[in-house]
Write a protein that binds this ligand. Sequence first.
Ligand SMILES: [Zn+2]
Length: 346
Amino acid sequence: MGFPARRLRRLRKGESFRALVRENTVSPNNFVLPLFAVPGSNIRRELASLPGNYQLSIDCLVEEALTARDLGIRAVLLFGVPETKDDKASGAYDPRGIVQGAIRALKSHVADVLVITDVCACEYTTNGHCGIIRDGYLDNDASLELITRITVSHAEAGCDMVAPACMLDGQIHAMRQALDSAGFESLPIMAYSAKFASSLYGPFFKEATQSTVSFGDKRTHQMDFSNSDEAMREIALDIEEGADIIMVKPALFYLDVVYRAKQEFKMPLAVYDVSGEYAMIDAAAHLGRLDRDAIMMEALTCMRRAGADIIITYFAKRAAELLHTREMAAFTHRGHEALKEYLAVK
Ligand SMILES: [Zn+2]
């Protein structure tokens, strides 16, 4: 039975119909806000390439987490920008290190926000690489030792979950073992399982963490962006090794990988909507080519449609703000008008 009996437009007639049959929605519950901790106090340095996001000293970072919590965001992903770097990344596992201090402050002042820590060495090495370099090559097994040390130091500082970012072979297994033998068998691991060697990380390294590789690149450990079967193999291995949550990074250009991962593994799945994705949308909006809020909500919803449960995004605060306004607007039956009014005053 086709046209004219079948008319799919019947259920698109107004927002009430559309809302009734909407298949995917996005909520602040889905968001993780990345935060960058820097030494000092009273520092709130806005990132020009990621407006609305900041390098924050620990006191200001606590305030930022409180703001996020008030918007309904339940988790932050913590990065550290240390005062000094060395070739062993010793700042990364220092109990008095920047991230360890930030974890303790967050857990004592904003206990109900989950603190997830990024586990990698590249913000702490002078050469900007993700682990131990031997003969110009990232030494996998020597780096595993470093990564497990960082992991346990984050757990000891009190984080709620660790997120290994460096795409080493066997890293989830090594971290799980190290956590278990240190008494942290209940601490979950969110694995950057399929992390691609992407040019979309530019603003993150250039501005947010000031970490640039002094030689070579990261293509010997991060994935070739041409591959998706290989991404499934990476994810399968991480699950086997004990990952609790899997991740695809970046998000927007990789939604086919996200879709495959969800279909194949039915695991809690995170995407990292990376700095370059944010910067592209923001820049286009500045030029007047795109509507910033509209394209942001479309992008985030499409990540959910592809299969993402968790979205790590620099848009978290703005999107949560908008979602609350939309809810309010629906509640007061003023609908679209209220939303437009709100956007006009913003
Ligand atoms: Zn790294």
